[in-house]
Design a protein around this ligand. Sequence first.
Ligand code: UD1
Ligand code: CA
Length: 452
Amino acid sequence: MLSVAILAAGKGTRMESSLPKVLHKISGKSLIQRVIDSCVELNPDKIFVITGHKSQEVQKSIPKDKKIHVVVQEPQSGTGHAIQVLCKEVKKHEGKLLVLNGDVPLIRPSTLKRLLYLHDSKNADVSLITTKKTNPHGYGRVFLKGDFIERIVEEKDCNDLERENPLINAGVYCFNWGNLSEIINSLKSNNNQNELYLTDTVSVLENALSLEVEDNGELQGINNRIQLSKCEEIIQDSIKEKHMLKGVTFINKASCSISEEAEIGKDVIIEANTHIRGSTKILNNCLIGPNTFIENSNIGSHCEISNSTVYDSQIMDYIKIGPYSHIRPQSKISSYSKIGNFVELKNSQLEEESKVNHLSYIGDSIIGRSTNIGAGTITANFDGQKKYQTKIGKNSRIGANTVFVAPINLGESVTTGAGSVITKDSKDNSLAISRTKQVNIENWKKKKPLSN
Ligand code: UD1
Ligand code: CA
């Protein structure tokens, strides 16, 4: 029987934040969610999440799952106290209890499995993950005696000599729950933080073992925003390396970020300052960036998107977007189309080979194949209460600065005169024009001389 306890009750004072520490995110996912996800892979019988500081907020973020139980620790008197509260609240103390600090978000399921294996095979009372750090500042130092852990001394309680010890406690423990619950109430808070330390249990329990792993970044704990950013970097490096090995080029890797779920095809080039978020999929041979943001969108092959933003949209093949285009949700752009400079598209569908090249707002529209939308064209889709649709048939030529007052429906091969305000539907092959005729008044300057 395996139970898991995730410690997430602390204030996270060093984050200097009104948001509880475990709700801070790295690569789009909260710290607590990451720890939960790693534990779920072990298929435990129960997962207890210990909350306290801003408990309601933390609870709201925890997925509803019948395996996950919330335990509230009030006040928060240390990691040892958190487990005292758990042992009091939950009566059955059987099997193994895997305890994880909620602020060690990169821990891998495979490392947790190694810990469980060591614990079982050596019949330990407690076993925990350790690593040697070149800069161990802030972590508890682990002191061994022969094969066993003798004690753990927190940074704040270390003397100068103890502080030299590079072997640190990662904050991930496997306990024999029965033995732990027998000694947990004997902890004392006679230390420099006046807290009950879970780490003190290793001095009381008999068979305390260390699983020393290589410091490959997964044990990075987060107490402040410098460490938060370090974890982001570790995750981002591993995501980008995965893509590079599969044929993606990054021009300026450090300036880009890619979500874990993103899929990117071969021979895609990602230029500087490009951010791919959510479940975005990009097919082969695209050039993305520089300065581009794409979220939850599908991009076909051979597309070029520069200096632009794309949300929740479908972009087919051989499409050019940008510079400075804004593709808003529910847009669908068919192959060989072009969206150009300073164009905003929202909830609109463009058929193949259509073009909106300059300075336009196209909202709630359907634009037919091979239609050209002239510079400055606007769809007036909102009357203050409702949104209306604009439909323009294929092979149409829309003059510069046309305003479509929706709802409007134009047939195929329609032309509109530049500067027209179109309020009426028009049939196939027609010219729609609505503007006053130009008047030239001669000798205007003489009639109205300039003052001074
Ligand atoms: C802790 C360990 C330290 C280890 C480090 C690894 C102790 C005493 N020290 O130190 O040896 O090297 O983690 O990252 O355990 N929490 C509660 N209730 C509380 C206090 C804290 O649930 O009353 C939770 C926090 O929300 C956090 C976790 O426990 O997720 C660790 O607490 P934190 O204060 O960050 O401990 P560290 O000083 O990092
Ligand atoms: Ca910590």
